[in-house]
Ligand binder design. Structure first.
Ligand code: G6P
Length: 372
């Protein structure tokens, strides 16, 4: 009913709007007064966490994209090698697992069969499994050694939005916690990231207030057949997520690429007026990445692409090459997906509406896939 949708036309719009609160709620109570992480709920002993020599993340769909982003944070902050794998591929290839492998299963519903089978397989090999899940008491957390709940609240729309942002927050917390427990990241550094994370909720709010031009742009592209998405570093999984949202909701051909791969194939797809969304990393920090992506934008624009550029406020270098410029607040590189994903959700939702599609219940899809 309209009341359940909180005055929004679709659950998806309501859930997009709830993201600042979902992000804040997922941080709540997990940081102590001194600024350290208190994840006592993660019932894997610190002794065991110190022994971990490999992290393997398994998930499906949007949760898999959260896992791809988590890999950057985990390896950067803990120096533990991390693999990310589609749950449906994982157990069929006889993966190398032992008691020192920490498997992280990410699932909004906690009922996805492929993810459940992957974690069962991992536990049979003696690995510890930590679930990151949004649904209390669901099967995946029940069968895991430990769980870190995301506090997104119930997500009704089939296309995942607020659950994704909270999965990212939970992954960052796990990465920092591993760093804290193992001593690779200490007090000040953890506190600095936590401070940035604590501000992110307001930044997401700010992004939400500037979405009208994105909706307008989406409507203007309603008759297109294809949209491509490019990104680098954590912007690459964001590009994959932007493309997945468009497939799910707008039923359009959409593909995400690592910008560095352009010249190895995808650039052959560029033709006049093809919309290409580019997620641009911050010009501060990893400026090499930024400069490379600016030349990628120039390359595709020279071949006629219509460039839709998502870039940090104050990044003037990209402006001349952007046919459409979507501004997001400046954040540390690793946290950028929390703000960069939001315009892509709005974009896909509005395109679906413009094409007359059912937003909350896209054709052929289910909210939770309980068969293999
Ligand atoms: C389905 C949903 C997706 C979701 C995926 C994984 O395909 O339509 O939105 O990302 O399952 O679901 P989970 O509940 O495990 O996160």
């Amino acid at each position: 009913s309209a009341a359940e949708k909180g005055g929004y036309d679709y659950f998806m719009l309501k859930e997009i709007a709830e993201q600042p609160k979902a992000v804040a709620d997922t941080l709540l109570g997990r940081i102590d007064a001194a600024g350290s992480l208190t994840l006592d709920e993660v019932r894997i002993s610190t002794a065991e966490l110190r022994e971990v020599d490999k992290v393997v993340i398994v998930a499906c769909g949007t949760a898999f994209h959260a896992g791809l982003i988590a890999k950057y944070a985990i390896e950067h902050w803990t120096r533990i090698p991390c693999e990310v794998e589609l749950a449906s591929e994982f157990r069929y290839r006889d993966p190398i697992l032992d008691p020192r492998t920490l498997v992280i299963a990410i699932s909004q519903s906690g009922e996805t069969m492929d993810t459940l089978m992957a974690l069962r397989h991992a536990r049979e090999q003696g690995s510890k499994v930590l679930a990151i899940c949004n649904t209390n008491g669901s099967t995946i957390p029940r069968e895991s050694d430990a769980v870190l709940y995301t506090h997104a609240g119930p997500e009704v729309a089939v296309a995942s939005t607020k659950a994704f942002l909270t999965q990212l927050v939970a992954c960052y917390l796990v990465a920092l916690y591993l760093g804290q427990v193992r001593g690779t990241k200490w007090g000040d550094e953890i506190r600095a990231v936590i401070r940035d994370l604590s501000k992110i909720s307001q930044e997401v709010e700010r992004v939400l207030k500037t979405m009208e031009p994105v909706r307008e742009l989406a409507r203007s592209l309603a008759t297109k057949n294809t949209v491509l998405f490019l990104g680098r570093h954590v912007g690459y999984p964001v590009a994959l997520e932007g493309a997945l949202k468009l497939k799910e909701l707008a039923y359009m051909h959409a593909e995400g690429f690592a910008a560095g791969e352009l010249k190895h194939g995808p650039i052959a797809l560029i033709e006049k007026d093809l919309p290409v969304v580019v997620v641009v990393p911050s010009p501060r920090g990893r400026s090499v990445l930024h400069d490379k992506i600016v030349s990628n934008i120039q390359e595709i624009r020279a071949r006629g692409a219509r460039t839709i550029v998502i870039a940090e406020e104050g990044d003037e270098a990209v402006a001349p090459y952007a046919d459409h410029l979507i501004r997001i607040p400046a954040t540390p590189t690793l946290l950028q997906p929390l703000v960069a994903t939001v315009p892509l959700q709005v974009f896909a939702c509005e395109l679906a509406t413009a094409r007359g599609n059912e937003v909350d219940q896209p054709r052929n899809l289910a909210k939770s896939v309980t068969v293999e």
